[in-house]
Ligand binder design. Structure first.
Ligand code: GLP
Length: 250
């Protein structure tokens, strides 16, 4: 198997993960009013911790920046600690010194999620687009909440979550039955309009999905495979997540 395109792949030890991810993000992020696309979940936390450390140490200043979320659960209030709005505000915005009014997350309580999704897509464009999009990958190959079957050109929209995704994310809720059934997510086409993408993967549960996304055919069955079409992707994986990648790397 060979990678069919020119993404940069870094396979790193656990303790290097946050630093390598921070370097990759900052390498592509403009100093003035950076627009950073935020993924949620466990995987990017070492990156956010490292960026916060660099802010506290005075090494970087991103306080003039904007944070743009990938997705949000439909039905959760932005004050709900399980909402992605709360995640972006408290785990990324506050530690990086980015004020709440510079943080964009779809409104999970919008009366009409489709209208909210379309408005969110316009808000991204009005800001001038995303400079660096941080992304994770679902164990089923999803990107944001674009589940298998999502059109590669899709834009921000309301979607139904797969049972696998609801089960994977049950750990953030009281149980699987508590996980919302729907979400608003940036589309695969939206994500691909970011000027750069930093794709992060940690842990053995991501190995098959990462290999399929990076070295398999591009198609709707593996939504993250759309990144093969993006000209500026950096992939950072720990050794477990990279285990199924039979390619040469340093
Ligand atoms: C979630 C999010 C994705 C995230 C992925 C992996 O469902 N919507 O944006 O990348 O699943 O999450 P984790 O890093 O916790 O495994």
């Amino acid at each position: 198997m060979t990678m069919s395109y020119t993404a940069r792949l870094l396979v790193v030890d656990d303790e290097e993960f946050g630093g390598a991810a921070a370097d990759a993000v900052l390498d592509r992020l403009p100093e003035r009013s950076p627009r950073l696309g935020i993924a949620t979940g466990d995987t990017p936390m070492p990156l956010y911790v490292e960026l916060a450390r660099r802010v506290r140490a005075g090494e970087i200043d991103v306080s003039s920046g904007f944070l743009i979320a990938l997705d949000e659960y439909i039905g959760l209030d932005c004050q709900d600690p399980r909402s992605y709005a709360a995640y972006v505000r408290t785990r990324v915005g506050a530690p990086l010194g980015i004020p709440a009014h510079n943080i964009l997350v779809p409104d999970g309580l919008a009366a009409d999620p489709d209208v909210e999704a379309a408005a969110f897509e316009r808000r991204i464009d009005d800001l001038g687009g995303v400079d660096v999009q941080i992304a994770g990958i679902g164990s089923n190959g999803h990107l944001a909440f674009n589940e298998p079957g999502s059109p590669l050109e899709s834009t921000t929209r309301a979607v139904a979550l797969s049972e696998q995704t609801r089960a994977d994310n049950a750990r953030f809720f009281a149980g699987c039955s508590d996980v919302p059934h729907r979400a608003i997510t940036q589309g695969l086409g939206t994500i691909c309009r970011a000027r750069s993408v930093v794709l992060l993967a940690r842990g053995a549960t991501k190995a098959a999905a990462l290999a399929a996304a990076l070295t398999g055919p591009v198609g709707t069955e593996v939504p993250a495979s759309v990144l093969q079409r993006h000209p500026a992707v950096t992939v950072i994986a720990d050794r477990s997540a990279a285990a199924d990648l039979s390619i040469r790397h340093h």
